[in-house]
Design a protein around this ligand. Structure first.
Ligand code: NAP
Length: 494
């Protein structure tokens, strides 16, 4: 017990927050900070030490948060869009003022390099800024009547109470990408963040409170997912359920939501192809591949998962990608500049190693990395494998780790066919210098997002989301606001 306490003190000292009170070990429900009888320990994946504890709340707290959101919603929606925007804008500014603290907290609980954490916090804040502005443009329509005495008006109204569940890989941005548009539209939100990375969510809530988000408009219920998720999917007061996470869990929860016919948005898993054609700028393709594959230690839903490389450039690309991957600096983001943090936990390590072993067993060749590094910390050296057969797990499942497997393709048509041979449809990437090929590939790929000569596709101003089993709906951009608005017809006889 003493050793545990010492570990936590060590972690806290390393955090060195300018505002230590931003690390909250309480949930935030109806404007109050709550303890719980049971707690969940939150571990730093770079050190294996306990960073802090959160209340393990359940059904009662979730019901209280939903009731508070329901009570608060009408008043919040009655405010003008400009009044709501002022609060969101203040929240955005406060996040930017405290960006260093938020980044350090994120690195400590999630493991990503500090520079990436800082980038995510800025990206997270940008959704509040964008939707503060966009919320003022929730325009309706005036449709010419179908009969002489009829006037048809279409108005957009807030959906109501929103329940949101978010994952650990982007502990801040996955929250603001939902909460920004919801609050801008006049909805209220109950959030359950991942129990692995709750401190970013709670720090955001603390800053939201300071920015003037009224009690009940945004609550954060911490705890194990089952009981909280049941309230969120079953309670008739929840009008909309929005989920980011794995495809399996998303499908189960979405099905449950149909009991009360909620509106549902899903941001689920991917299996992104990264296509390198024979006329590609190989240096640019390698840099794009590094950004797309190894960002967040390979733990993003839009991470390149399969490299489909044209026969004529296959050897050169494989060699250069492996050489570049070997230069990535692995380490604890709080201890100096790094490019690769730890994976989130031991299960993620085992999956990455399992995918490497499976591919090797099927005849692939390892060019670099692929090793589980000695404890403490869940570190794995970035791996590049060539000659990975189509049936390898690497090609069929989302690896969610720093493992790049290369497949050889003969031409553009084969690349599209192999790329589309999956139930996932989130992001795809293509490198080619030929503009006609760019069009053909962009149109032929069955994905929600296509990066042409870039390994990064997301920004708050563009729609983010997938087709097929990668999701429903879009986040970010003007399309992201629609997810939180109902369309109402007024058919008026004059
Ligand atoms: P996950 O296991 O599905 O968890 C996601 C969230 O759901 C977490 O908050 C988790 O809670 C919660 N959860 C799990 N089981 C639940 C249940 N039975 N009822 C209610 N909630 C439940 O996914 P993950 O491993 O955290 O995240 C990685 C996945 O997310 C990957 O597949 C990735 O591609 C996907 N993702 C998609 C996007 C996108 O925009 N499309 C973005 C980021 C990530 P706990 O963590 O507390 O257990």
């Amino acid at each position: 017990m003493t050793a545990d306490r010492d570990d936590t003190l060590t972690e806290r000292a390393r955090l060195a927050l300018a505002r230590p009170d931003l690390l909250r070990e309480r949930a935030y429900v109806d404007g109050a900070w709550l303890d719980g009888e049971a707690v969940i320990e939150v571990t730093n994946p770079a050190t294996g030490r306990v960073l802090g504890r959160i209340p393990d709340l359940g059904r009662e707290a979730a019901l209280a948060a939903v009731a508070a959101a329901d009570r608060a919603q009408a008043d919040w929606a009655r405010r003008t869009a400009k009044e709501r925007a002022t609060v969101l804008r203040r929240w955005f500014e406060l996040i930017n003022v405290h960006i260093d603290d938020l980044a350090r907290l994120m690195t400590a609980e999630q493991g990503k390099p500090l520079a990436e954490a800082r980038g995510e916090v800025a990206y997270a804040a940008a959704f509040l800024e964008w939707f503060a502005e966009e919320g003022r443009r929730a325009y309706g329509d005036l449709i010419p009547g179908h009969q002489g005495d009829k006037r048809l008006l279409v108005m957009k109204q807030a959906v109501g109470v929103v329940a949101a569940i978010t994952p650990w890989n982007f502990p801040a941005a996955m929250i603001t990408r939902k909460v920004g548009p919801a609050l801008a539209a006049g909805c209220t939100v109950v959030l359950k963040p991942s129990e692995l990375t709750p401190f970013s969510a709670l720090a955001l809530a603390a800053l939201g409170e300071e920015a003037g988000v009224p009690p009940g408009v945004f609550s954060v219920v911490t705890g194990r997912p089952g009981p909280i998720g049941e309230v969120m999917t079953d309670d008739p007061r929840v009008a909309k359920f929005t989920f980011t996470g794995s495809t399996g869990v998303g499908k189960l929860l979405a099905a449950r939501c149909m009991g009360t016919v909620k509106r549902v948005s899903l941001e689920l898993g991917g299996n992104a192809p990264f296509i390198v054609l024979d006329d590609a700028d190989l240096d640019a393709a390698v840099e794009g591949a590094i950004a797309s594959k190894f960002r967040n230690t390979g733990q993003t839903c839009v991470c390149a998962n399969r490299f489909l490389v044209h026969d004529r450039v296959y050897d050169a690309f494989a060699e250069r990608l492996a050489a570049r991957a070997a230069t990535l600096r692995i380490g604890d983001g709080l201890e100096g500049p790094t490019d690769q943090g730890p994976l989130i936990n031991a299960a993620a390590l085992a999956k990455a190693r399992g995918h490497v072993d499976d591919a090797l067993g099927l005849g692939a060749r390892l060019l670099t990395g692929g090793e589980v590094l000695p404890a403490p910390g869940a570190f794995f050296s970035p791996a590049v494998l060539r000659d990975v057969p189509a049936r390898a797990l690497l090609n069929r499942e989302e690896t969610f780790g720093p493992v790049a497997g290369l497949i050889r393709v003969a031409d553009e048509a084969e690349a599209v066919r192999v790329a589309n041979d999956t139930r996932a449809g989130l992001a795809a990437y293509v490198y080619t210098r030929d503009a006609s090929r760019c069009w053909r590939m962009a149109e032929g790929l069955r994905y929600g997002m296509v990066g042409l000569n870039t390994g990064l596709v997301s920004t708050e101003v563009a729609p983010f989301g997938g087709v097929k089993e990668s999701g429903l709906g879009r986040e970010g951009s003007r399309y992201g606001l629609d997810e939180y608005l109902d369309t109402k017809l007024i058919n008026w006889s004059v």
